[in-house]
Ligand binder design. Structure first.
Ligand code: SAM
Length: 325
């Protein structure tokens, strides 16, 4: 299918881990290996085999030709760089945790976004990283250790069972929520999507006997419960929600429900949510409200050359705004 062909053309994204090396030193090192630093092209498919550039949206990301294989590169093996899709680096940038802050990564394993938060916080403050799955949490411990993170407190258990009023969380201002989703935006799964669609047309149900509509509704209910729990933390200031799904049911519709149920929160505006990224939410999926759609970010694999992704950031209204609701 066309989607699979496009997938092959996704460039090699490398997030430079600023715990270990500066972007300047990383660039110098790649140049000495024979790579050429070029201006970021509009279309990454224009990158030559030995070209690389600094991403125009993310200052800690280098972009290489799609055929570049870094799995045996010393920078990958020693944690200097993390091979992470560009769109999956959006949530930590949108969260913008400050130095010394307290943060929660609610659904954290294997920990790519946790180590990104840690890098943005310059290894200061504290990040509680929750995950329900102990094996995945073990992987998070390994990956964040390799990345040189020293401000992470991994916790095995459900984020939904944490007490937001527990004294230890009293200063938590930043929460990153990347809950389980359909994964329908993940490139390597898009070819299955195409096949699945044919299958669904045949019997209308998945292997587990649920229709796609039911499955998405169950996921959305869970995603909403994670966000609602996060909004209970008394000092919650920026609550970032992300999925690697392309379905509005898990994206704009979830946002719509939260805004309706929680009039004390609103969406952070485009100004602080990757302002230079032009693909925003789908207005028709959020009450036809263009202003709200502008606040959130979407990516489309075939056009953006990333996994399909969605990011929104909830912020608390000021007491004045709350009074005026
Ligand atoms: N943020 C991760 C990263 O960037 O590496 C990926 C997270 S993955 C999309 C979702 C994770 O949520 C899974 O590891 C799953 O085990 C975890 N999870 C599901 N329900 C949870 C819950 N109630 N509390 C904490 N973690 C949960």
């Amino acid at each position: 299918s066309q989607k699979v062909k496009d997938a092959v053309l996704i460039p090699r994204y490398a997030r430079i881990n600023e715990h270990k090396i500066t972007i300047g030193k990383a660039i110098k090192s790649f140049k000495s290996e024979g790579y050429t630093l070029v201006d970021c092209p509009e279309d990454f498919r224009e990158l030559g085999l030995k070209d690389f550039c600094v991403d125009r949206h993310l200052p800690d990301m280098l972009v290489f030709h799609q055929k570049t294989d870094f799995h045996a590169h010393p920078f990958y093996l020693n944690g200097n760089m993390i091979l992470q899709d560009k769109a999956s680096c959006f949530p930590a940038h949108v969260c913008q945790p400050t130095k010394g802050a307290h943060a929660i990564d609610a659904c954290a394993a294997p920990g790519n976004k946790t180590s990104h938060l840690s890098a943005l916080m310059k290894n200061t403050g504290k990040i509680w990283a929750f995950d329900l799955d102990s094996r995945r949490l073990d992987l998070l411990k390994k990956l964040t250790y390799k990345a040189g993170c020293k401000n992470i407190n991994p916790v095995h258990g459900s984020f939904l069972e944490t007490d937001p009023n527990d004294e230890q969380f009293a200063e938590v201002e930043y929460l990153l929520l990347d809950p389980s989703c359909s994964g329908s935006g993940i490139i390597s799964r898009l070819d299955h999507l195409v096949d699945d669609d044919d299958e669904k047309e045949k019997n209308g149900k998945d292997a587990d006997g649920k229709t796609q509509k039911e499955r998405l509704q169950n996921l959305a209910d869970f995603q909403i419960s994670i966000i609602e729990h996060a909004l209970k933390f008394p000092k919650a200031k920026r609550v970032v929600y992300s999925t690697c799904s392309i379905h509005p049911e898990e994206n704009e519709h979830v946002v719509k429900t939260i805004l309706k149920r929680h009039p004390d929160f609103k969406l952070a505006t485009r100004e602080s949510v990757l302002p230079t990224w032009n693909r925003r939410g789908i207005p028709e999926e959020i009450n036809g409200n263009k202003d709200l759609a502008e606040c959130v970010v979407r990516t489309v694999p075939a056009e953006d050359l990333t996994n399909g992704f969605f990011v929104a950031c909830f912020i608390r209204k000021s007491p004045n705004e709350q009074g005026a609701k």
